[in-house]
Design a protein around this ligand. Sequence first.
Ligand code: PDD
Length: 278
Amino acid sequence: SYVLYHDQIIKNGSIPVDPEDRGYLFGDGIYEVVFVYDKKPFAFHEHFARFEQSAEKLELAMPYDLPTFKKLTEELISKNNIVNGMVYIQMTRGVAPRNHLYERNMQSVVTGFAKSVSLDSIVASQSSGIATYLTEDIRWLRCDIKSLNLLGNVMAKRKAADFDCQEAIQHRDGTVTEGSSSNVFIVKNGTLKTHPSTNLILNGITRQIVIKIAQENDIAVIEEAFSVDELLKADEVFITSTTMEVTPVTNLVGSENQTYKIGPVTTKLQDYFKKQIK
Ligand code: PDD
């Protein structure tokens, strides 16, 4: 396969690893995951606008402009013959003698790869729904930054898997925030509710698209924090992410237990989302 290193697409296996890269030492870096449908990156612009915002929030230097990132993303897709799949691009602050204190405007290190994804597996969970595990959100208070620091997220995902769940639903003191790698929506009396885009969640690109297509199709959306109690009493629950699109939640386990039907609002949004892809 071919991978990205700085602004070059090279054969995998030839990227030098520097143990003093701050990405390894401190998780000091950011990333994006972009989906590929029919050989084209989906919502590239939205993803890289967020990439730029994450960089700015951490004072990471952007080594290339967005057209260059787009060209490199397209090259990763074509060189790896990806039809449907994903592109992962990360940027660390770069290499320096280990010191918590960072210097501004270091030479960032950009790496990336592309992988084929079978759309069948996504289709399966979209039609049958997934089980989720309710757990406490133990993450830091800047979840709006798409940073490489994902320990809270990976711990939540592991715990969910141990309970045979595909995703975790996290709450902070009884307020639902988001999944371990997705955003969470509830439907009550035909109205959508999801956590507002604050420092407590990642403002998902899929989340933003779903809000927009809901509004365009006269489905009311409230961006307001909701409680675990509201989650339990919801008519429908679904999660959104680049890799899961709009996926219904059928089960909630953990400190609380609930089952949900896959409802009409969720299936409508799945259809509207599919239309965005084409
Ligand atoms: N995760 N919240 C978190 C914590 C996430 O990691 C993600 C995405 C989302 C959804 O964002 P988007 O719709 O832009 O994909 C929400 C990616 C897919 C990942 O880490 O693999």
